[in-house]
Design a protein around this ligand. Sequence first.
Ligand SMILES: Cc1cc2nc3c(=O)[nH]c(=O)nc-3n(C[C@H](O)[C@H](O)[C@H](O)COP(=O)(O)OP(=O)(O)OC[C@H]3O[C@@H](n4cnc5c(N)ncnc54)[C@H](O)[C@@H]3O)c2cc1C
Length: 317
Amino acid sequence: MKVIPASFEIQDDLDRQPLAERIEACGRICYKSEGRIGVNTAAPFIKNILLHGHNSVGEMGVATLRLEFDAESLAHKFLATQPKFVQIDRPGKGEMLITASMRGYREMFKGNPTDKLIKAMVGYLGNRHSLFFEDLVPRHGWMPQTGVVIEKLSLEAVDKLPYELRVKHRFLGVKFITNRAVTHEIVRHRPCSFLQESQRYCRYSEDKFDNQVTFIKPLFFAEDSPEYDLWEKAMVETEKLYLELLKTATPQAARTVLPNSCKTEIIVYCNLLEWLHILRLRTTQAAEPSMREVMIPLLKAFARRWPNIFGELALTC
Ligand SMILES: Cc1cc2nc3c(=O)[nH]c(=O)nc-3n(C[C@H](O)[C@H](O)[C@H](O)COP(=O)(O)OP(=O)(O)OC[C@H]3O[C@@H](n4cnc5c(N)ncnc54)[C@H](O)[C@@H]3O)c2cc1C
């Protein structure tokens, strides 16, 4: 067995990659198959994922679109469709700023395929990121929607938006390596998108896991304490039972003996406003200590980068 400390990684590098590669890199966390990423692996991976309904993978990349249109009625009709999981702002008359994930845009279109602004947005994205919209292309292809002009904002452009817009439209992913108790709490933040290492698919007896189970070092017990010895004994015994079960059972059956201390990886992807909310809740004295162990340093890292958004909160830790 292996015991490692909890950690986190802000996924800036992924934001610099094309959308499909970003989404593949996130999706592979579930299977811990990142080693299989190569040239041209993103398309088949994503197609397969969409086919099997593993839809949250499609949430791991957003596009911010600026729409200009000549008729206000288009905005009213679009808003009447009650779009979900979408950030919408009206910087001015005849203008709209929209941020949604690939899944968000797909489902917007599936729910309201005749709305002009939705057709314009999905047609625009379908021409640029066809992989995500192939199955939705209308019989005559994506028809240009007259009276609507669309521009996709780069990440740099989103970062330059005024504060009120930036906190809503700037999305950021963080990968946590932590225990299962912490991730069980993190996933309660419903506005976020999540992808997590799956104990159903990962077989920890395989070489890529060094044939062992990894646990997160509990911060509650000093390493030389009797409590730590007890914890360690329990993990050794658990691993033995898990590996024994795997000789005849599937990972999803064997995992039933794995404890909260088991190491897991989770990607949390949301906008800066939601991060601020999460960090506000998860860094206080009332929060679980193992949660604070990762959230406080994350808040400090965010505060260094965006002092005007996270600086004040960081001073409270
Ligand atoms: C210190 C602490 C102790 C906790 N203890 C427990 C505990 O003992 N047991 C337990 O079960 N949980 C516990 N929780 C979890 C807590 O109740 C929340 O589920 C969690 O913090 C996420 O809350 P949230 O408001 O950020 O996210 P969400 O609950 O996901 O809400 C985010 C936003 O989504 C909207 N929303 C989404 N769905 C709905 C809905 N169905 N109805 C209304 N609005 C919705 C709301 O507008 C809300 O602003 C605890 C949390 C903390 C921080």
